[in-house]
Design a protein around this ligand. Structure first.
Ligand code: CP3
Length: 344
């Protein structure tokens, strides 16, 4: 099949497909024994920086699960390492940034990020993964959206309330916009580098933007996300994803993207109507459903497919990433159920 006609890419263009394509966020991760075996040999950052190993991990879920797209194995935080903020992935704690950027003076000290020098290994992983896939399924590249990256840089790690981030945003909007511009420029170059290297679609993860009010989203985030999406090489579908975004979806759509990613806190049909049927949608099974039995998983799949109503432009996914506790058999049951129940 010419790569252009692969079901995932057709759905992203809202063209009819023989079945609803499915891929999963974090489909290559700790719930897979193969992945855990690789992680015995490398730390997470070492793995990201080793193109041969990262490409292998990218391919692991393809044969195991039968998903319709591969996602590059990398991380949204790799491009912030050259800011000199002291990025570390500590076991159990997730990412830690030892020298967070909290004030206008901190922002003033930041240099633009030289993406090509910082992450050559990511672009090499893309080339190896494309070769390994041999055109079976498309390869999705990704980056963090400016807000979600800023939240890590300012908080110093994961957060519940984003208080440091919001304080900077409200108290020193000029510094905030400067920080967002630095990140937006780097993200656009990061994604265009992945596109040049061979990714066939890209996903922009604004995972934590749901912490903002719609007014704040429009004032402090939307222009920067829009700048990223407008700077991308044309012809490659862009998936624009966030969580907790029920109230933000129409504005996220305005910021851009060919596909809007939905989490499970919204009903797919109402959410699709709120962004407009002239854009594709991706989602939106609660990842926790995969802890239940295959029979229950099937029921949830049915509901989501009914809400999509057979309309072209639905890509099946979870509302967020696969949880590490998920049984692999349940993921396979999900993929099979989506293919079987949607085939036309
Ligand atoms: O299969 C895939 O989805 C591809 C790889 C991928 C990773 N990170 C690998 C990873 C992708 C798409 C990401 C994106 C990412 N990274 C996001 C956005 C997606 C989301 O979940 O909202 C975010 C917020 C990050 C930052 C990050 N990296 C966090 C918060 C963590 C810790 C997560 C945890 O559960 O421990 C990471 C580490 C990370 N990135 C892991 C993986 C497989 C776990 C690392 C490990 O222990 O092996």
């Amino acid at each position: 099949m010419p790569s252009h006609d692969l079901p995932f890419l057709r759905a992203a263009r809202r063209e009819p497909t023989p079945f609803t394509p499915i891929w999963l966020m974090r489909q290559a991760g700790r719930y897979l024994a193969d992945y855990r075996a690789v992680r015995e040999r490398f730390s997470f950052l070492e793995l990201c920086k080793n193109p041969a190993a990262a490409a292998d991990v990218t391919l692991q879920p393809i044969d195991r699960l039968g998903v319709d797209a591969a996602i590059l194995f990398a991380d949204i935080l790799l491009i912030i390492e050259p800011l000199g903020v002291g990025l570390e992935f500590s076991r159990g704690e997730g990412p830690v940034i030892h020298r967070p950027v909290r004030t206008g003076a901190d922002v003033a000290k930041l240099e633009p990020i030289d993406v090509e020098a910082a992450v050559p290994f990511v672009f090499e992983t893309v080339q190896l993964a494309r070769r390994g896939l041999g055109g079976r399924v498309p390869l999705i590249g990704f980056a963090g959206a400016p807000f979600t990256l800023a939240s890590y840089v300012v908080e110093g790690g994961s957060s519940r309330d984003y208080l440091h981030t919001k304080r900077l945003m409200y108290d020193d909007p000029e510094a905030w916009h400067r920080l967002m511009e630095i990140l937006a420029t780097a993200v656009a170059r990061y994604l265009n580098g992945q596109i040049t290297a061979g990714v066939q679609a890209v996903q922009l993860f604004d995972s934590w933007v749901g912490t903002l009010s719609p007014d704040d989203y429009r004032a402090f985030v939307l222009p920067h996300t829009r700048a990223v999406i407008q700077a991308l090489s044309p012809g490659v579908p862009v998936i624009h994803f966030g969580t907790g975004t029920a109230a933000l979806l129409p504005d996220m759509r305005r910021a851009g993207g060919d596909v809007i990613g939905l989490d499970w806190r919204v009903e797919l049909d109402r959410a699709w109507a709120s962004v407009g049927h002239d854009v594709a949608v991706q989602g939106n099974l609660d990842p926790a459903v995969l802890l239940a039995s295959p029979a229950i998983i099937r029921q949830h799949v049915k509901t989501i497919l009914q809400r999509a109503g057979g309309r072209p432009g639905h890509i099946f996914n979870l509302g967020h990433g696969v949880l590490p506790q998920t049984p692999v058999d349940h993921v396979r049951a999900l993929v099979d159920a989506v293919h079987e129940l949607s085939s036309r």
